[in-house]
Ligand binder design. Structure first.
Ligand code: 5GP
Length: 209
């Protein structure tokens, strides 16, 4: 039996730098995970590519995906839907590849309920002022949206207790190194090797017979 891949979920409050950390992980030539591209109803930002950054959908299309059970999780975030297509995640894990999700906290909690065997990593800001300046300096959002994102970030920090690991994002390369350590250790968990060990035991028993 092929060993299933590991589901890795990176989450954390708005503006904590999840996107930057994720990009740094995927820019590395030796990264071994597969990124799950999300669907969203928000408009593409300059330079974003449909199918690579997101699958850009209308509200009607997205709601159809919800109705048809095509999403592993979804959340409404600052007026737009965001969700993870389930088929791709299932298929890739079944192929034995690690799947990496970078999603907001409500969605991550839904995934945790369905797939508790995953690894849940919460990215924390060095402090609240850093978080505020990151949200403001993003420069792409109106004042109203910035206010909503700050309020949301405060609520989101409270959800850290539902995660397995907390990684402080004070320096992107350090955060990436820590995430890589977490994933390497998770692969070594005894529980994840049980199938392999049982196979070895059976082979040994057969040799003894
Ligand atoms: P942005 O609009 O800045 O690209 O993303 C806004 C938020 O949505 C970020 O916190 C990002 O992590 C989150 N996000 C992206 N894709 C998904 C998804 O598939 N599901 C959920 N729940 N959140 C997502």
């Amino acid at each position: 039996m092929k060993r299933r891949g590991l589901l890795i979920v990176l989450s954390g409050p708005s503006g904590v730098g999840k996107g930057t950390v994720r990009a740094a992980i995927f820019n590395k030539t030796d990264q071994k995970f597969v990124y799950s591209v999300s669907a969203t109803t928000r408009a593409a930002r300059p330079g974003e590519v449909d199918g690579k950054d997101y699958f850009f959908k209308t509200r009607e299309e997205f709601e159809k995906m919800i109705e048809q059970g095509q999403l592993l999780e979804y959340a409404e975030y600052v007026g737009n839907y965001y969700g993870t297509p389930i088929d791709y995640v299932e298929k890739t894990l079944a192929e034995g590849k690690d799947v990496f999700l970078e999603i907001e906290v409500q969605g991550a909690i839904q995934v945790r309920e369905k797939m508790p065997e995953g690894v849940y990593i919460f990215l924390t800001p060095p402090d609240l002022s850093v978080l505020q300046s990151r949200i403001v300096n993003r420069g792409t959002d109106s004042d109203d949206v910035i206010q909503q994102r700050m309020k949301k970030a405060r609520e989101e920090l409270n959800l850290m207790k539902h995660y397995d690991y907390a990684v402080r994002n004070d320096q992107v390369d350090l955060a990436v190194a820590k995430i890589e350590c977490i994933i390497a250790s998770e692969h070594l968990r005894v529980q994840r090797s049980i199938d392999t060990i049982e196979e070895i035991e059976e082979e040994l028993e057969a040799m003894l017979d």
